[in-house]
Write a protein that binds this ligand. Structure first.
Ligand SMILES: Cc1cc2nc3c(=O)[nH]c(=O)nc-3n(C[C@H](O)[C@H](O)[C@H](O)COP(=O)(O)O)c2cc1C
Length: 226
């Protein structure tokens, strides 16, 4: 008897979790080639496996493929980047690693409408600013799902990055996407097949950011976990 298809056809997400987490990074240079709707839908389905405050599951994901809408988001991105990028260039004038990131962000700004899919992760419901835990819970209900999406994209070999510059004006972003007032855009993920390769990310040694029992007690300083 032949095996069921699910056991013989390898999932596009079969990459080991540790490898996906270690190599997931902001990939901004993307090819214009289309990405299958079914693949994008599965990414969002995996994003939905994330937790939400009070199990509200109040996500909404807008998958943008229409060039006219991408151009509107691209114009918003460029507008914010003109200011932020100018400051960033000045701050990075002696930092070659940061200059490389700035070049990639510039590339993304210049090619925004050519990126095949832009996923906009949104939340339904009001953002209550007080008490602080309410604000934390609000954004805490979208970012785990966005990280799931980024990891799933990584496993599938798709390039992706979490960006927020196109959302500098919620009013304009809402208008571009036709969002009702009760739905807020929180994060944007441009998706596509990468022009380059995924590589390891650069992060501080874990011992530098771990405190045991109370802030400042850092017995693991100078140590690496792996
Ligand atoms: C809340 C948030 C907002 C971000 N907004 C932007 C953005 O607007 N544009 C951009 O190019 N990257 C944005 N990033 C991505 C960071 O710049 C990126 O995570 C960082 O450069 C590390 O990249 P790496 O994972 O490739 O090492 C954002 C990340 C976060 C968490």
């Amino acid at each position: 008897m032949s095996e069921p298809a699910s056991q013989t056809v390898e999932s596009p997400f079969a990459m080991p979790l540790e490898e996906a987490m270690s190599t997931q990074r902001a990939i901004r240079r993307l090819r214009p080639d289309p990405v299958d709707d079914a693949l994008v839908l599965r990414l969002v389905e995996l994003a939905q496996k994330a937790p939400t405050g009070s199990n509200a599951q109040n996500w909404e994901f807008v998958i943008v493929k229409d060039r006219a809408v991408k151009e509107k988001l691209g114009a918003l991105n460029r507008g914010a980047w003109r200011l932020y990028g100018g400051i960033g260039r000045w701050l990075a004038r002696e930092d070659p690693a940061m200059q490389r990131i700035i070049k990639a962000v510039q590339w993304q700004a210049d090619h925004f409408a050519d990126i095949p899919v832009i996923v906009v992760a949104c939340l339904r419901g009001p953002r209550v600013p007080f008490p602080p835990v309410a604000a934390t819970s609000y954004y805490g209900s979208i970012y785990p799902s966005v990280q799931n999406l980024l990891l799933a994209a990584r496993a599938a070999g798709l390039g992706a990055a979490l960006i927020t510059l196109p959302l500098w004006s919620h009013f304009l972003a809402r208008r571009a996407l036709g969002l009702p007032w009760g739905v807020s855009p929180c994060a944007v993920v441009p998706l596509g097949w990468p022009t380059g390769r995924y590589g390891p990310t650069t992060r501080k040694p874990v011992g530098e950011i771990v405190h045991v029992d109370r802030y400042g007690n850092q017995p693991f300083r100078g140590e690496k976990a792996s």
